[in-house]
Design a protein around this ligand. Structure first.
Ligand SMILES: Cc1ncc(C[n+]2csc(CCOP(=O)(O)OP(=O)(O)O)c2C)c(N)n1
Ligand SMILES: [Mg+2]
Length: 405
């Protein structure tokens, strides 16, 4: 049994797309949730990864659905604020379209408990989805993104530097490159300490061409670190297609030279992502070393902010004034919208009779209201004080802040 998925720029015909064919095929086999190995075969059907999603209780499946919706509506609420409220300070690299990746991965992690017990994730400049999937409070995030003093990090981190140790969300990272090295170092510390924690580093397709990506995989493999690299291939870095910086179609092939598993998953199917992540987590906890997971996915908005978006409409289309040229065809955006991760998972939940349509609608309405309330609360919070900014840069008592000297 084999198949080939075409994730190239040309695969925009959703009626006849290979992914549709693949989902029909998967449904025939298992309902949902298989992953695709590099050889183009069904990794689960071949026993290469487990079909773990079948064992998830209804409460967990419902939680996965709610968390995907929480990311979606946090982001959509903020997009609309950026578009309609002149003077709103918040900015964001929006995550919609990629929800299945963050939620599928974090659902396979330990997210509650003491800091010495929870699994750790290291995020990127596009952090909202990772943070919410790990369990960060969205009220505090909404306040943080708008530089409010009661925000997650007192209003000094904004979007690109948020962190919340209490759930093992080790932080967003504005730089493309250093993240994997920091995350692999953290995995080394965990191994040295002897705890059973696992470290996940999220990275984009733009990280492939950085030395840090390769250095982290090499060292993680050599030292058999509890390290998982989740590469979200949303086809573009800023405005360039990933083929400009990566010679392979599947970036997961990069795992080969380091002697570790490289798994390709459909990043629009949360159960596929979960299955692959659980395999990788089990492997890491058992001391068997790292895994590279490449999730094929897509972001509905432009690289940064809301150019090309309209209030109340999901996605951004057309020319981005920040790009030198219009970098992605509108039909490509629409083709990916037609494979929406939330729609795909909702169908699975209905098909598995975990919930009916009314319950799904009710869940979505409640989560949407939660996001609206979070931003309304944030609007009322006091702003941080610019003059106090450096007080939060150094660990007090270790390095004297110049501002305080
Ligand atoms: C060292 C460095 N160079 C350039 C940038 C500017 N920059 C911000 S995001 C980005 C592209 C990231 O692409 P990708 O890794 O695919 O992530 P995506 O934005 O698609 O989520 C670049 C080049 C940066 N932040 N850091
Ligand atoms: Mg990208």
């Amino acid at each position: 049994m084999s198949e080939n998925i075409d994730f190239s720029l040309d695969s925009t015909d959703t009626n006849q797309s290979p992914s549709t064919t693949r989902r029909t095929l998967l449904k025939a086999i298992a309902g949902a949730g298989a992953a695709v190995s590099l050889s183009g075969k069904l990794a689960w059907a071949n026993g290469e990864i487990g079909f773990w999603a079948k064992d998830l209780p209804p409460e967990k499946l419902t939680e996965i659905f709610s968390t995907m919706l929480r990311i979606r509506w946090f982001e959509r609420t903020m997009v609309d604020k950026m578009l309609t409220e002149p003077g709103y300070r918040g900015y964001n690299h929006f995550y919609p379209g990629q929800e299945a990746v963050a939620v599928g991965v974090c659902s396979a992690l330990k997210n509650k408990g003491a800091f010495e017990e929870v699994d750790l994730i290291y995020s990127t400049h596009r952090p909202s989805g990772h943070a919410i999937a790990k369990g960060v409070d969205i009220k505090k995030m909404a306040a943080e993104y708008d530089f409010r003093a009661t925000g997650l990090n007192k209003g000094y981190a904004a979007e690109m530097h948020i962190a919340d140790k209490s759930v093992g969300f080790m932080g967003a990272d504005g730089m493309i490159g250093p993240g994997p090295v920091i995350a692999a170092g953290s995995a080394f510390a965990i191994k040295a300490r002897g705890s059973k924690q696992v470290v996940v580093n999220f990275g984009g397709d733009g990280t492939y061409a950085t030395p840090a990506f390769h250095g982290a995989l090499n060292n993680a493999a050599l030292l058999k670190l509890p390290f998982i690299y989740v590469l979200e291939n949303n086809l573009y870095h800023q405005y360039a297609h990933y083929s400009y910086s990566c010679p392979m179609k599947d970036i997961a092939e990069a795992a080969g030279p380091y002697g570790i598993p490289g798994v390709v998953v459909d990043g629009q199917d949360v159960l596929q992502v979960y299955n692959a992540a659980k395999d990788a987590v089990d492997r890491a906890r058992a001391g068997e070393g790292p895994t590279l997971i490449e999730a094929k996915t897509y972001r509905y908005y432009n690289h940064w902010g809301a150019p090309g978006a309209k209030p109340g409409v999901l996605g951004a289309f057309g020319y981005d004034p920040l790009a030198i040229t219009s970098f992605r065809p509108e039909r490509e955006v629409r083709a990916w919208l037609a494979r929406d991760p939330i729609d795909i998972f909702r169908k699975t939940l209905l098909n598995w009779e975990v919930m009916d349509q009314a319950k799904a609608d009710e869940t979505e309405a409640a989560v949407k209201q939660e996001a609206i309330d979070a931003f309304a609360w944030a609007d009322e919070q006091p702003l941080c004080k610019p003059e106090d900014g450096l007080k939060n840069v150094f660990v007090e008592g270790t390095v004297p802040a110049r501002q305080l000297a």
